[in-house]
Write a protein that binds this ligand. Structure first.
Ligand SMILES: Nc1nc2c(c(=O)[nH]1)N[C@H]1C(S)=C(S)[C@@H](COP(=O)(O)O)O[C@H]1N2
Ligand SMILES: [Mo]
Length: 544
């Protein structure tokens, strides 16, 4: 910013009638003052959020107001709206939510600034009310508590101080345009400097402190350090070795086991819950003879089982990527349920996460001796990644994640479908969610290929039932058998390949699978809601 000339007064010099010849430069125009007062509001909001983030480093990441408000919005909006947003933005839905929230805050902040300048104390009142709502959101979250309001309250106090101080400075500067201000000692240049310096320091300070603190909060450093240092016990019952024939080794074909870094992630958590294993507990409550509680150390001391299973999201479109196969390490849930002894009449287990999310799983599936439903602690040879549920989650072969795969799980409530419902089942999704038989073409995924033999390959799944056959057809011709890769069990997807003698031109390729019950995938196109998408995956390929 130039100090030699005063851009404010220079710009409005011609025709401004309120300046006597030879008078000192005056303050900003009315119009400019309006925008500066809006800017004051934005800076005050920035200070509020920046300071709140800073305090949250000490009080706990769950006290961050913007994330608590975001989480609140997620829980409050109706199911159909969520479905629309997820359809439009897919897994970017959270970024979109946070961006909309930031925009709303920007507008409210500008309004607060303008109000405080022209109609005090209504700007302050606005800031306090908005911060109050945010504090309420923080406190009422499932992981919330009264003390967590501290971050927002301290941030709010800092914001009010800055709002007042900057508004006062803006008034002083602006008043230079009025003849009466000649009586006040000083010059517009000095008043301007006082405003600009205060505003810049507050804005830059808030940005640096806020950004730094946010990084610290997002890293949830404490729990990731604990996780890195962890060594899980070896399984008492290891998974059988994966047959070498399970992996076809075709470029662009999904690997049989999905690496953790590539495993899809779906949850409602704007901020990943940080759950320390040393304070983690699982309570088994509800319709049971013995209410049971198990700690992390007790869980690890039990004979653990290793099991390979494919997990899919009900929101997965035909051909979509919301599915993965991993080696899970955990303790069979049926054994824990046997300790708790469910009472007659119960038919559902409502599992609850540290962040309040719930899933309703059929009790008989969890008790079934042939279903490796696990309380999992390990994923592909390491502790669960934090975003995949560290320290403990559920994995139930054959069921979509929304009715079974509770991450950061802390409670199992034995109950009935008549009395309880899981998070999504209350929002237009089916209460039962067996994974549908499906298949996907991974390669070629469209584009252009060379004429001659083309390896068309992909995966097919019907977890817990198993896949018996995969067929491919070209240009809606006759169905032809693809070659199925080996599999470790019926609980995982299977790779398949079809050697296609591709001729020059444009072609369509389709796939369909038949599961171990003899059921062949329906051609009927259905959207994911309410209980999973159906239809044949089809790609268009140019052959040259
Ligand atoms: N706590 C919690 N657990 C959850 C969810 C959630 O929103 N919160 N989403 C479920 C859904 S819909 C799916 S598909 C799986 C996804 O697990 P992943 O992210 O490890 O792939 O987690 C399930 N467990
Ligand atoms: Mo899901």
């Amino acid at each position: 910013m130039s100090t030699a000339a005063d851009p404010v007064t220079d710009a409005r010099a011609p025709g401004s009638g309120n300046r006597a010849a030879g008078a000192t430069p005056s303050g900003p125009s009315a119009r400019r003052t309006f925008w500066l007062s809006a800017l004051v509001g934005v800076i005050a909001a920035g200070v509020t959020l920046g300071v709140a983030e800073l305090v949250a480093v000490f009080v706990g990441a769950a006290s961050s107001p913007i994330f608590a408000v975001g989480a609140w919005v997620i829980d409050l909006v109706p199911g159909w709206f969520k479905t629309v947003v997820i359809d439009l933005f897919g897994t970017a839905d959270k970024a979109v939510l946070l961006l909309s929230l930031a925009l709303l805050i920007l507008v409210l902040a500008a309004v607060a600034g303008v109000l405080e300048y022209s109609w005090p104390p209504w700007g302050m009142v606005t800031l306090i009310v908005v911060a109050g709502v945010a504090a309420l959101a923080v406190v009422t979250r499932p992981e919330g508590s009264g003390i967590l309001a501290l971050s927002t309250v301290v941030g709010m106090v800092a914001g009010v101080v800055v709002l007042r101080a900057l508004t006062t400075r803006l008034h002083r500067w602006r008043d230079r345009t009025r003849p009466v201000s000649a009586a006040v000692p000083g010059t517009a240049a000095l008043d301007r400097r006082s405003f600009v310096v205060y505003a810049s320091v507050a804005a830059v300070g808030a940005a640096i402190v806020g950004f730094g603190a946010r990084m610290a909060n997002a890293g949830s450093t404490a729990v990731s350090t604990v996780r890195t240092a962890l060594k899980l016990p070896a399984p008492a019952t290891p998974a059988p070795a994966i047959p070498t024939g399970a992996e076809l080794d075709i470029p662009d074909l999904s690997s049989y086991v999905t690496p953790n870094a590539e495993f899809y992630r779906i949850d409602t958590a704007l901020q990943v819950p940080s759950v320390d294993p040393s304070s983690w507990r699982l309570r088994i409550v509800g319709m049971v003879e013995n209410e049971t509680e198990i700690t992390w150390d007790q869980l690890l001391a039990l004979p653990l089982t290793e099991h390979l299973a494919t997990l899919s999201c009900v929101s997965n479109e035909v051909g979509g990527g919301l599915i993965g196969n991993a080696l899970w390490l955990g303790y069979p849930i049926r054994e824990l349920l046997a300790l708790a002894k469910p009472k007659g009449g119960a038919d559902m287990v409502l599992s609850r996460s540290a962040d309040g999310w719930t899933a309703g799983t059929p009790l008989d599936v969890l008790q079934d001796a042939d279903t490796e439903a696990l309380l999992a602690v390990g994923m592909n040879g390491e502790p669960l990644p934090i975003e995949h549920g560290f320290p403990v989650r559920m994995v139930v072969p054959g069921l979509y994640g929304y009715v079974s795969a509770t991450k950061w799980v802390t409670e199992l409530k034995v109950t009935t479908f008549a009395d309880d419902f899981g998070y999504w089942s209350d929002k237009g999704w089916s209460e039962k969610g067996p994974i549908k038989t499906e298949s996907r073409i991974d390669t070629p995924r469209g584009g252009t290929v060379k004429a001659g033999t083309v390896a068309v390959a992909g995966v097919a799944w019907s977890p817990h039932t198993g896949i018996d056959a995969v067929e491919v057809r070209i240009d809606e011709g006759a169905w032809q058998k693809a070659r199925l890769a080996d599999t470790a069990s019926a609980d995982t997807w299977r790779q398949w390949v079809f050697e296609w003698d591709a001729s020059v031109g444009s072609h369509t390729v389709e796939v369909r699978a038949t599961d171990a019950t003899g059921y062949t995938q329906t051609s009927k196109q259905a959207p994911p809601a309410p209980d999973g998408a159906t239809g044949w995956h089809r790609v268009s390929v140019n052959v040259s």
